[in-house]
Design a protein around this ligand. Structure first.
Ligand SMILES: [Zn+2]
Length: 122
C-alpha cells in the first residue's frame, strides 16, 4: 500500500504495521506488544501494564500519525515504559525507583528515546 497524502490517516493501523515491519531503525528492536492504533487516545501513545489475565498494550494516538519520525518516537517511548516495568517487576533497583516517581520515569524515557532518535538519525 502506498501511504502518500492522507492515506495513513485513513488506514492508520496498516501504516503503523508497515513502519514496524519495514523501518530499518526498528529492525533490531524487539517490541513487547504490537503497537495498536486508538482513535480515542488523546495522547501520542500509551503503554498499559500487563496484569493478571490481561495482556499489556501499546496504544498509538492520532497525534503520532503526523510523521514517521513522530510514530517511531512514540513506539520507542512506550516500549521503554514496558521495559522499565518489566525490569522493576524483576527487582532491578534503578527501575523500581523510576516507577515510584512518575516524573522521574517520564524524564528517563524522554532522555533515552531522544538518544535513540539521534542515534538513528531521525
Ligand atoms: Zn511516557
Amino acid at each position: 500500500m502506498d501511504f502518500k497524502g492522507g492515506a495513513r490517516y485513513r488506514n492508520p493501523q496498516a501504516w503503523i504495521d508497515k513502519v514496524v515491519c519495514r523501518e530499518p531503525a526498528l529492525r533490531n528492536v524487539h517490541l513487547s506488544f504490537p503497537p495498536r492504533f486508538s482513535a480515542r487516545l488523546k495522547f501520542f501513545g500509551q503503554a498499559t501494564l500487563q496484569e493478571k489475565g490481561i495482556s499489556g498494550k501499546t496504544l498509538i494516538g492520532r497525534r503520532s500519525l503526523a510523521s514517521k519520525a513522530e510514530l517511531i518516537d512514540t513506539i520507542i517511548h512506550e516500549e521503554l515504559h514496558h521495559r522499565i516495568w518489566k525490569r522493576a517487576a524483576r527487582g532491578r533497583k534503578k527501575d523500581m525507583m523510576r516507577i515510584e516517581d512518575e516524573q522521574l520515569e517520564e524524564a528517563y524515557v524522554e532522555l533515552i528515546s531522544a538518544r535513540f532518535m539521534r542515534w538513528k538519525g531521525l
